[in-house]
Design a protein around this ligand. Structure first.
Ligand code: FE2
Length: 368
C-alpha cells in the first residue's frame, strides 16, 4: 500500500511530446473527440514550448512541442518520435511523496518546486521511470487556474470555430509499458518498492504466445486500485515480436498503449471510425466462436463484428475492448477503448486473436 500520509489520488494527466502539438491537438480533437481547453505558447509568454491541454470525461492529455532548436526535447523527438513523456499523478503532498520515492531508490527527474501565477500556487516534482518516461507528482489544491502556470483557458471557438464532439471516452483504465527482455521484474519491483503499488495480475508466455510473439506481462496497481500499469517484456518469440518492434522503433522502453473507458463502446468506436481512426480488425471466425466462449451478452454480435470489438469473460463479469492501430508513423503508441461489466481483468482470452491481428499489420510493415 502507498503510505496513507500521501496516497496517490489519481492519474492527473498524460503528457506527450510530439513534433507538432498544434496538429496533434487537431487529431485528438477531431478523431478522438477531445476538447482543447488550455494553451501555452508564445501568445501566453511561454518561450520554450507550445502546449495544448485536452480533456474528455476525466481524461486529460497534454501535447507539447519545443519552440526552438536548442530545446532538450528535440533530442527526445529524434530518438523516440511522438510519445508519452510523463504520467502525472495527483497527490496530497508533493514533497513528501517525492522524498518517499527518492529514499527508496527513485532517480530524480526534477526537484519539488512551487510555481506561482495570479491563480495561485502549483506544486510539482518528478521521478524517472522506465526509459525516458517520468512520473510527475502534482498538487493544485492552492491553484485555481485552468491547468498550470503558463496555461491560459481556450474559450470555445478560440482554437477552432467548430465545437468539439466528444465520442464518449470517460477515464483512463490502464497505461501499459513495454520494457526490454529481462527488465519487467525490475520495473515491477520499482512500482512495489518505490511507489507502494502491488501486483494485480501476471501473464506468462504460455498465456500470450503466437507464432511470432511471446511476451510476459505483470500488472501493478496503486493501493486503492485506481491506477493500473501493466508492464510487458518480450519473451524469445519466433522472428520478431510486437514488443521488440516497439522497442526498436521507440528506441527503448516506453508507453505502448493507453486504455480509455467508455460506457457505450459500440457508439464510441462507431464515432471514432467515422472520424477516421484506424482500428485493428479481427477475422470473422472470432465472432463465430464468441457465443460459446463468453456466453450470452446484451450487445449485438453483428455490431461487435462490424467494429472489430473483442469480448472476454472472467469470474467477475465481462469486458469489451478494441485497439487502434499506432497513431503515429512509427509502430509505437496505440490506444485501447474498453467497456467493463464487472470484469477487472485485461482480456486474456483475446490475446491470441489480438496478437495475430497485430502480426498481420507487422507483416504489412515488413517487420515480422
Ligand atoms: Fe490494455
Amino acid at each position: 500500500m502507498f503510505p496513507q500520509e500521501f496516497p496517490v489520488r489519481r492519474i492527473d494527466h498524460v503528457r506527450f511530446v510530439v513534433g507538432n502539438a498544434r496538429q496533434s491537438a487537431y487529431f485528438y480533437r477531431n478523431a478522438f473527440g477531445f476538447d482543447v481547453v488550455a494553451y501555452a505558447g508564445l501568445e501566453t509568454r511561454e518561450r520554450q514550448e507550445a502546449g495544448y491541454v485536452l480533456k474528455q470525461g476525466d481524461i486529460v492529455f497534454v501535447l507539447a512541442s519545443p519552440l526552438r532548436g536548442d530545446h532538450p526535447d528535440n533530442a527526445r523527438l529524434a530518438k523516440h518520435g511522438d510519445g508519452v513523456q510523463d504520467i502525472a499523478l495527483e497527490v496530497d503532498d508533493v514533497a513528501a511523496c517525492f522524498n518517499h520515492c527518492v529514499a527508496r531508490g527513485a532517480n530524480i527527474a526534477s526537484l519539488p518546486k512551487e510555481t506561482e501565477d495570479e491563480y495561485g500556487v502549483f506544486t510539482s516534482a518528478s521521478i524517472r521511470a522506465y526509459g525516458d518516461t517520468t512520473h510527475t507528482f502534482i498538487n493544485r489544491d492552492r491553484y485555481r487556474g485552468v491547468f498550470a502556470p503558463g496555461y491560459q483557458p481556450l474559450a470555445p471557438g478560440r482554437y477552432s470555430s467548430r465545437t468539439s464532439h466528444p465520442v464518449g471516452l470517460t477515464a483512463i483504465d490502464h497505461i501499459v509499458a513495454n520494457v526490454q527482455e529481462g527488465a519487467m521484474q525490475e520495473w515491477v519491483h520499482f512500482y512495489e518498492e518505490v511507489m507502494g503499488f502491488s501486483l494485480l495480475a501476471h501473464f506468462d508466455d504460455k498465456d500470450i504466445s503466437t507464432e511470432y510473439t511471446a511476451l510476459m506481462s505483470k500488472v501493478v496497481q496503486d493501493g486503492q486500485g485506481r491506477i493500473k500499469f501493466p508492464i510487458n517484456e518480450p519473451a524469445r518469440g519466433r522472428r520478431r515480436s510486437q514488443i521488440e518492434e516497439f522497442l526498436q522503433f521507440y528506441g527503448g522502453p516506453g508507453v505502448q498503449h493507453i486504455a480509455l473507458t467508455t460506457d457505450d463502446i459500440v457508439s464510441t468506436v462507431r464515432t471514432m471510425r467515422d472520424n477516421d481512426v484506424s482500428f485493428l480488425r479481427v477475422p470473422p471466425a472470432y465472432y463465430e466462436m464468441l457465443p460459446n466462449r463468453v456466453g450470452s451478452i446484451p450487445e449485438d454480435i453483428h455490431d461487435l463484428s462490424e467494429l472489430g470489438i473483442l469480448v472476454d469473460r472472467d469470474d467477475e463479469g465481462y469486458l469489451l475492448q478494441v485497439f487502434t492501430k499506432p497513431v503515429e508513423d512509427r509502430p509505437t503508441l496505440f490506444f485501447e477503448v474498453i467497456e467493463r461489466h464487472g470484469s477487472r481483468s485485461f482480456g486474456k482470452g483475446n490475446f491470441k486473436a489480438l496478437f495475430e491481428a497485430i502480426e498481420r499489420e507487422q507483416a504489412c510493415r515488413g517487420t515480422l
